[in-house]
Design a protein around this ligand. Sequence first.
Ligand code: GDP
Length: 457
Amino acid sequence: MFENTIAAISTSLQDGAISIIRLSGDQAIEITQKIFDRNIMNAKSHTIHYGFIIDQDKNPVDEVLISIFRAPKTYTREDIVEINCHGGTFITRKILSMVLSAGADLAKPGEFTQRAFYHGRIDLSQAEAVQDMIEASNNTAATMAIHGIKGSVKKLLQPLIDDLMDIIAQIEVNIDYPEYEDVEQLTTNDLLPKTNDWLEKIDHILSRVQTGQMLKKGIDTIIVGKPNVGKSSLLNALLEEDKAIVTDIAGTTRDLVEGQIHIGSVQLNLIDTAGIRKSNDKIEQIGIERTKQEISKADVILEIRDIRDQQNKNKDSMQTALKMIKGKDVPIITVLNKVDLISTPLPNTKDVSRGTIIETSAVTGKGMQELKSELLKLAGFSENQSIYMARERHIHNLLNVKESLKRAASYLNSTSPQLELFAEELRGASDELGEITGKISSDDLLGKIFSGFCIGK
Ligand code: GDP
């Protein structure tokens, strides 16, 4: 399918013990032979060969190990050669340039994976998972990525696509060949429960991919409360427990993130609104605006109070802020801080009508573990549930599937069911699902996806 042979440095370009230059294509072995001092033209697949890379004057450039993988049992399903050379950037670049002079083209970002996809070695969601694996910032993301590579998305969606296709085919036969008695005539009574069942499945998948997406970027946790209730102290206590470095992610949309902690394999991005509010009045205004924005984007809100205010039943400006917060569909944990300063425990702190309430002390560390596990619970994370790879593209597709199915159901609900329109919506839904696994995908879409890869993958 591809006429040229591509090459790239597949390891990250920095000084290290070993670097790998990878070639893929019909000419991979022949091109390597031109710069290698041992004969590998007849080398068997999946073998490793010791020798020297040599320049035009037969001078040795580097001592290397060369792995030969012959098509089709390779990553791209083409012949692949991997040159394991010494890891300095100079020598790695030099060998790459020799490979290019010998006839290979420099691979574009993601081109190896793109070839794997075009040759049917992996589907689109798996290809994307490879990219996620490269970019994975934490354990959970890496685990999700490996699930993606193994094709869990496909496994999940394929039965749904098959089911939709079956029904579409059956309706088409019903409409086009009404005289064909072998095929059962589908009615609203058959189709409506099925459609509702599909909708339920899509909702389930959506909720899991949304959790997956949240876990990949980390759970954005915003800390709000009056001055002096202990917001910064709690933030520091959480960070210290995790021995995390307070990160300053300047220049990103998350520039308000004060730090990241890891609970198990889940990352929490902590955003302290105290950092947003500054003393000056004008800045205060901006601060409030930004707080509102942050709240609307947050996955979880930590509302911090001084436990003694609570005791005095203070109705303060926090109530107004809370209303503002509660208008949003975001889980809230109320934290009653400074519990070390009261002598008798509070009655009724577990007042369920106010949501989750936890007593803490940033000074003694009391309640911190409880707070952490509650954060995970409210963020919708449970270790036992499977989480699926999530990308904006997938979510967009899934939401479209949902809309199509809803419209499909409405065609059944009308007094005279319109099966043709129903089938049309099912076709739309299955096309959208196909886009996730790459069955039906325009070149534009593919180009866009693969260009997000790093070179050498
Ligand atoms: P913020 O304005 O909400 O960020 O509050 P700070 O974290 O700056 O804390 C205000 C004051 O309360 C500081 O003097 C802290 O040392 C103190 N403080 C914070 N948390 C606790 C706590 O749990 N117990 C006690 N005794 N003091 C605390």
